[in-house]
Write a protein that binds this ligand. Structure first.
Ligand SMILES: Cc1cc2nc3c(=O)[nH]c(=O)nc-3n(C[C@H](O)[C@H](O)[C@H](O)COP(=O)(O)O)c2cc1C
Length: 217
């Protein structure tokens, strides 16, 4: 039975590195970058993949996986097509959560914060760095709409490829880069004995410094 199969699966088996929480940096961005680089060096597939959670007009949560594009003073960047479900959701309620999980390291990071759209220059540079197939898809600007037949997709993509071949500098007006500026970031390190270590950073009202708090596992 599925229930028994699920019970038989191992989770958080380890062994894992210890999280030296007492020497965690004051700035969570620094710690995040250490963990992300650790995940990349450990050759974790798609270490830059994250779950973006948003809410719709009725307060119903929605979530999907995206690629982390950058981190800077604006926050954690992601890129997508406007007119998609996520774009409608952040336009209406500019709050989001990001979740990372690096399974072989037993590490999870959770962020919550405000979403802003970045400049057309940032969006243009991101768009032009993408492979031609991805650019063609974004030029179509139909993400998350109902697809009636595959032929319409193939014809649409071929048409957009021709546009790109004719003008390689073309940028999809619907392409956008957003940043989530965290108010809260939690670092979670698994422990085989279930004494998981949780460290939460909360941004203080001066918006520069952070409070660090341990959480019960
Ligand atoms: C590993 C992975 C990476 C993805 N990266 C992106 C991305 O960077 N941008 C994007 O718009 N969709 C990306 N997607 C597709 C999204 O999960 C999602 O299907 C799409 O953005 C439509 O979401 P929405 O209907 O909620 O707007 C990715 C999916 C996976 C599995």
């Amino acid at each position: 039975m599925l229930k028994d199969q699920l019970r038989g699966l191992k989770s958080l088996a380890g062994p894992f590195d210890k999280f030296d929480v007492d020497n965690a940096p004051e700035d969570p961005t620094q710690l995040f970058e250490e963990w992300l680089i650790g995940a990349i060096k450990s050759r974790i597939p798609e270490a830059h993949a994250m779950t973006l959670s948003t809410v719709d007009a009725h307060g119903r949560p929605d979530a999907r996986i995206l690629i982390l594009k950058n981190i800077d003073a604006d926050g954690w960047h992601f890129a997508s097509t406007k007119l998609s479900a996520k774009e409608h959701q952040v336009a209406m309620q500019p709050q989001a959560a990001l979740t990372f999980y690096w399974q072989p390291l037993g590490r999870q990071v959770r962020l919550r914060g405000r979403v802003i759209e970045l400049s057309r220059e940032v969006a243009g540079a991101d768009f032009l760095a993408r492979p031609i197939g991805s650019r063609a898809g974004a030029l179509l600007a139909r993400q998350s709409q109902v697809l009636d037949n595959d032929e319409a997709l193939e014809t649409g993509l071929a048409e957009q490829r021709r546009r790109i071949e004719a003008d390689p500098s073309i940028v999809a007006p619907a392409w956008a880069v957003y940043a989530v500026k965290p108010e809260e970031i939690e670092f979670w390190q698994a422990d085989e004995e279930r004494r998981h270590i949780r460290l939460r950073y909360r941004r203080m009202t001066d918006s520069v410094s952070w409070v660090r708090e341990r959480l019960w596992p």
